[in-house]
Design a protein around this ligand. Structure first.
Ligand code: NAD
Ligand code: UDP
Length: 421
């Protein structure tokens, strides 16, 4: 494998390692180790000579790129074959005093699955709790059977008991079409699910981290948004089930903290994208990439002047782990300050899709950008003020939006080629 595809950070330096060493805690992991869990051989093909690719194909399960189960679509019979792993990626051997029992609710979702990868590679015991509403078993199937890993189908609105040291409470649909699909269930998940997981944290004395959201700021009148801004949320609009759900989940979290001494962490996550995002969940990054790869019109809602700031998944996971292992109990924004209008963003995605297609020897077809009605209550602007994260977590995003998008395009392109999208 040659090194012609390089991933550079915002300062132009190569990213080879993710994670960090602080709070007396070492969570550095090689980026290539993680990539072997989500990028397929087509990606390697773009950086290898053809003879190396063939060799790799022949070696298949014994090669270094074999750390994922496969789904192979058979067009002739309209069927799909799944293979399971015969071996697992190496994980760190931690002494029992350092090995934590970690519960990840929503661990089969987009963010959860990347968090699970990181925690597993670091050598912890991980239990995933998920009802598979928007997540899929395939996102973590490469760990099924590993002695440090367990997956439980469970809906967090029902109580659950397990001994654990840390809880990352992520379970909740995150894309507007998904969380609006059953608004009552969304708010139930936010309220009852969080209540149940906080009860578990109280009982087991586990440290509890909740994935809150920039949506608690609603359609903000303060820009960028610092954590002490109280927000501007429509309590009865179509987004309220999610926005108000997360606000009440934060209220519950601080209730348990003040009344019962539960050790809590609150991450307010801003728009995050990356491999394993459900390609059909309606969020803007997945929509634009899939549309451009398929040669379909890219759909910008409204006039495209609304803004968002996009963060790559590995930066978010660094931030979540840093927060969990820090002493900070106040809410912390975790996001990337690179702000785009959605119109500009559509053009950037189109350019990157064309670049990756050219690298793969495919002459791209220029797709159109078309305008559709603006959804109700769509926030006009959004950008995190990450001063607190910089100060208390020594965290700031490293990935440029362009670098992250290139990797995500390669991931979706491979999924399309194998027929699973
Ligand atoms: P996702 O939809 O990919 O993952 C959510 C996971 O939770 C899925 O696996 C789903 O099946 C599971 N789930 C949903 N309801 C459940 C229930 N009642 N019981 C058990 N499991 C349930 O979304 P994501 O992007 O991975 O988001 C994860 C978390 O991060 C969510 O809490 C979301 O609010 C938060 N967040 C994400 C973003 C982002 O841009 N990705 C931004 C802000 C906040
Ligand atoms: N959006 C768009 N086209 C799409 C999907 C979304 O223009 O195909 C817009 C959407 O209206 C919003 C922004 O992109 O202004 C981000 O939407 P997303 O659903 O990803 O997340 P949100 O930040 O709104 O929760």
């Amino acid at each position: 494998m040659s090194s012609t595809v390089r991933t550079l950070d915002k300062n132009g330096k190569d990213i080879n390692i993710v994670g960090f060493q602080r709070f007396g805690f070492d969570c550095e992991v090689s980026l290539d180790v993680l990539r072997l869990l989500y990028l397929r051989k087509h990606y390697v093909k773009t950086v290898t000579s053809s003879s190396e690719s063939v060799k790799d194909d022949e070696q298949d399960e014994s090669s270094a790129t074999a750390y994922f189960s496969k789904s192979i679509y058979h067009a002739d019979t309209q069927s799909i074959s799944y293979t399971t792993l015969s071996r697992f990626p190496p994980v760190k051997l931690l002494p029992p005093s350092k090995r934590k029992r970690i519960l990840v609710t929503g661990g089969a979702g987009f963010v959860g699955s990347h968090l699970v990868d990181r925690l597993m590679v670091l050598g912890h015991e991980v239990t995933v709790l998920d009802n598979f509403f928007t997540g899929s078993k395939t996102t973590v199937s490469h760990w099924v059977g590993h002695p440090n890993f367990e997956m439980v189908r469970h809906d967090v609105v029902e109580p659950f008991m397990i001994e654990c040291d840390q809880i990352y409470h992520l379970a909740c649909p995150a894309s507007p079409p998904h969380y609006q699909y059953n608004a009552v269930k969304t708010i139930k998940t936010s309220f009852m699910g969080t209540l149940n997981m906080l009860g578990l944290a109280k009982r087991t004395k586990a440290r509890f981290l909740i994935s809150s959201t920039s949506e608690v700021y609603g359609d903000p009148e303060v820009h960028p948004q610092p954590e002490d801004y109280w927000g501007h949320v429509n309590p009865i609009g179509p987004r309220a089930c999610y926005d108000e759900g997360k606000r009440v989940a934060e209220t519950l979290t601080y209730g348990f903290h003040r009344q019962d001494g539960v050790d809590v962490r609150v991450a307010r996550i801003f728009n995050t994208y990356g491999p394993r995002m459900n390609p059909f969940d309606g969020r803007v990054v997945s929509n634009f990439i899939v549309q451009a790869l398929r040669g379909e019109d890219m759909t910008v809602y409204g006039d495209g002047k609304q803004t968002r700031s996009f963060q790559y998944i590995h930066d978010l996971i660094d931030g979540l782990i840093a927060l969990m292992n820090s002493g900070e109990t106040r809410p912390v924004n975790i996001g990337n300050g690179d702000e785009f209008t959605i119109g500009e963003f559509a053009e950037l995605v189109r350019e990157i899709v064309e670049k990756v297609q050219r690298e793969d020897g495919v002459e791209p077809k220029r797709v159109n950008i078309v305008y559709k009605p603006m959804p109700t209550d769509d926030p006009q602007k959004r950008r995190p003020d990450t001063t607190r994260a910089k100060e208390v977590l020594e965290w700031q995003p490293r990935w440029t939006v362009r670098m992250g998008l290139e990797e995500m395009v390669r991931y979706y392109k491979a999924k399309m080629e194998e027929g699973s999208i």
